[in-house]
Every structure is written in structure tokens, then in C-alpha cells.
Design a protein around this ligand. Sequence first.
Ligand SMILES: Cc1cc2nc3c(=O)[nH]c(=O)nc-3n(C[C@H](O)[C@H](O)[C@H](O)COP(=O)(O)OP(=O)(O)OC[C@H]3O[C@@H](n4cnc5c(N)ncnc54)[C@H](O)[C@@H]3O)c2cc1C
Length: 382
Amino acid sequence: MAAAVAAAESGARVAILDDNPAPGGQIWRLQSNRWTTRMRASGAEFLAGAAIYGTAGTHRLRVLRGGEAQELAYAKLILATGARERFLPFPGWTQPHVLGVGGLQALAKGGLPIAGKRIVVAGTGPLLLAVAAYLQSHGAIVPLVAEQASNLHLLLFGLGLGVSKLQEAGHLFWDLRRVPYRRGTWVTRALPGSVELNHGDPVACDYLACGFGLVPNLELATLLGCEIRKGAVAVDEYCQTSREDVLAAGEINGIGGEDLALVEGQLAGYVASGQKTKSARWLLERKSLLGFRRLLARSFVPRRELRYLAAPETIVCRCEDVTYAELQKASDERDAKLQSRCGMGACQGRVCGTANEFLFGWPAGTLRTPLSPVPLSALAKW
Ligand SMILES: Cc1cc2nc3c(=O)[nH]c(=O)nc-3n(C[C@H](O)[C@H](O)[C@H](O)COP(=O)(O)OP(=O)(O)OC[C@H]3O[C@@H](n4cnc5c(N)ncnc54)[C@H](O)[C@@H]3O)c2cc1C
């Protein structure tokens, strides 16, 4: 939205394609705010439920909207495909009361009743605190926040924060002052009604919200041939990718949170619409926020022990029911796919591919159109 607003207010003809039914991305979803208001006033057209599933030569995208496949041409493309949660398998993680941290928050925002429910929040990263505070403020009881990062990593993270982020963290800790925040702690098994931890007694809960940080959604950028470096799209200071006419903003350039995504969005919007002079302020702001992106990347790396939580019978690819034991027999991601259908289900490896990279060190496999499941009619059309 920030990119579209900057470009449209600069006189460009802009369309936003989003596979969600409403603008707002991961954070705002259905909630209106000043960006949705600005977007509507800017003249940018919002195409809801438009999933980009492929490319068609240069400067053309394949889009599925309302069950219909379409081709869309562009002069400049700003990628802002965001991030998803990283899930790592452990015994019991596929039970219905185990959800992603952001996933549970999204469900709660969408109407899932959480008042009075006991919810353990576990995994890693600042999202744990933000979501725990959100759940608590909506009536949930949070018996524990379990953060896998060590005391040392958290101390270094705290020391590296600027004043405003420290204030944010301070507010969250104050809101959660009655909730135990255990560092160096992770869930080893989820049972119906409770979770076991690497140390201490099991904790009773109705839900477990568990996520091990975020990973950029790189599929479209990869398909377009943009250079990927250290798990993110490689961009220059103007958010220009290695592909001509393709810019990238937000989490796909590396996890950095909402503030950086908004700054990069505006920067990319001005650059794409030929208003580089207007981008000076955002260049400086981006520079000052990049430190937080680097700090996040080194502070919340999942620890080695998490590689060994899955039991032989634990399902790793939940679309195709492929177990850890089956994957141990494979030599790489492609072999696993051919032998077991791992990664060939509805999510197309977005969950298990990320887990396998961590568990077995398998780099992501090659990508081609379609990036997401489409009806046969969409394939037959071209
Ligand atoms: C579950 C979750 C919760 C989060 N909560 C917070 C939080 O509380 N605070 C915070 O600072 N950060 C949070 N983040 C990080 C958050 O992603 C960013 O701060 C912010 O939303 C980044 O904006 P973005 O534009 O990069 O991505 P997003 O806001 O994620 O927007 C990307 C959009 O692109 C769409 N999209 C992706 N691929 C395609 C495609 N092929 N075709 C069409 N549309 C596509 C997605 O559906 C999404 O609407 C959260 C992330 C996740 C995954």
C-alpha cells in the first residue's frame, strides 16, 4: 500500500494485486487505517483476491482472480510479497490446537473466540511478545511465553535496539508483567491439553501458538530471476532488484517489521514512478532502520537442538503426510519430492521446504509456473 500510494500520488497508473480479500497485508488485514484511506484517495486500484501464479515473458504476469486466469502487463513492478511463519516439526505439532503464532492472531482477528482460553506462546522472535500481549488484551490467559533464544542473544538484541524499539519492548513487557517469559525454552511435545518443555513441568493449555520467526516469500522474485542473497531479495539502496524494472520492498528484502516495510514501500514507489528526488528522506530513514533488520537476523536463529525434536513418525510435510523417517532416507529436496511427494501438496513446500532447509540443510528447489495450485482451465488457457 505504501508503494502504491507513493507511486499513484506521483501520477503513475497503479494497480495493487493481492491474493487477500482486503488490503492490509499480514498486520492490518481487514482493519482500515490511514494507509487504506490514503490508498483509496490516491487512485490506485486494489485488485482483491488476485493471486500472481506465474510470469509470461518479460513485463507480463499471470494472475488468478475469481477463478479466472488473466495476463497483466506492467512497465514497473514492485514486489512486496511479505513473509510467512517458519514452522519446525516436533511431536504433536499437527494437532488442531497447535497453531502458528501469527496464525492464531490472524484467526483471533477474524473472530475465533479466545476469551478465557489458556494459550502458551512459544518459538522465537519479537512476534511472540506482540501476539501474547494481543491475546491477553482480548481475554486469553497466557500461562507462558517460551523463547528459544538464549539469555546472551536476548541481551545483545536488547543492547542493539534504538530508543523507540526499546520503548515498544518496555510496553510489551509491562503488559505481560504477570506472564512468565522463559528464555532458552522450547516445546518438545504437544499433547491434548498440555505441552512439554525442554525443562520444567508440562504446562496446561487449550492452544499452543508456536512459530520460529518469519521467512520471506521469495517464490515470485525467484521466478522473475531476481538475485536472492542470504534468504532475501538482493536490492540496492533504492530497492531496485537485479532485474530491470523490478523493485522489492518490505519483508522479502529481509525481515525488518512494519516500519521498515512502510519506508521501503514509499521509497520503491517514488523510484518506480520516476520521482527519485522525492525519495531522499526515505533513503535516510531506510538506512537508520536497516540495523534492526540485521539485529533480528542474528538474534533469533533457531538453535541446533530444534533439529532433533521430530520423532521418526512425526509428520514433516503435512499436505502429503510425509514423516521425518521417510525424509531421512532422501539425499536432497528433489529426491524427497520424487520418492515421497514431500512439498507437492497444496502449500507447494512453503511449510515443509523451510523446515527441511533447517532440518537437513537442503536448499530450496527450482521453481516454475504455476507458483500456487490453479484450476486446469488456467493451465489450458495459454
Ligand atoms: C503472521 C504474521 C504476523 C505478523 N505480525 C507482525 C506484527 O505484529 N508487527 C510487525 O511489525 N510485523 C509483523 N509481521 C511482519 C509483517 O509481515 C511486516 O511487518 C509487514 O506486514 C510487512 O509488510 P509487507 O508488505 O512486506 O508484507 P505483508 O504485509 O505480508 O503483505 C504481503 C501481501 O502480499 C500478498 N501476496 C504474497 N504473494 C502473493 C502473490 N503471489 N500474489 C498475490 N499476492 C501475494 C500477501 O497475501 C500479502 O497480503 C507479521 C508477519 C506474519 C507472517
